[in-house]
Design a protein. Structure first.
Length: 126
């Protein structure tokens, strides 16, 4: 999952031109991409993947893009899809794709936050 410094810089620059507060963080040989505290994208093997759910997955599938599979073909499929190269080149085209991925990340974060308090209550009552 190596990421070249030049590709990382290119992606951070492009995303930073599309949306504010972008930061990149090395993780597991790849790079996690955040906007503020939202983890909405990752880079692996010099490929950008954006967070998906049922709201934006068809956009990627329509263009023949594949999901991120950290353990190779036949392995686990994660909820991130490859961004087409032609979309990466044009910030104005890239912006709505990034905004949709950020919205997915925000919805997932709200769901996780809602689960935590109930899990804590269960532990206390045991």
């Amino acid at each position: 999952m190596a990421v070249s410094p030049s590709f990382r810089t290119f992606i951070v620059d492009q995303l930073g031109r599309a949306v504010p507060r972008i930061r990149a963080r090395s993780m597991f040989g790849g790079v996690g991409i955040y906007a503020g505290d939202l983890f909405f994208a990752l880079i692996a093997d010099d490929t950008l993947y954006l967070k998906v759910d049922e709201s934006n997955r068809p956009d990627f599938e329509q263009l023949g893009m594949e999901p991120f599979q950290p353990y190779g073909d036949g392995g686990e499929v994660m909820q991130y899809y490859q961004v087409p190269a032609e979309i990466l080149e044009d910030v104005e085209v890239l912006r709505p794709w990034v905004e949709k991925a950020m919205a997915v990340a925000a919805r997932k974060k709200v769901k996780r936050t809602r689960r935590r308090p109930s899990a804590r209550r269960k532990k206390r009552s045991i």
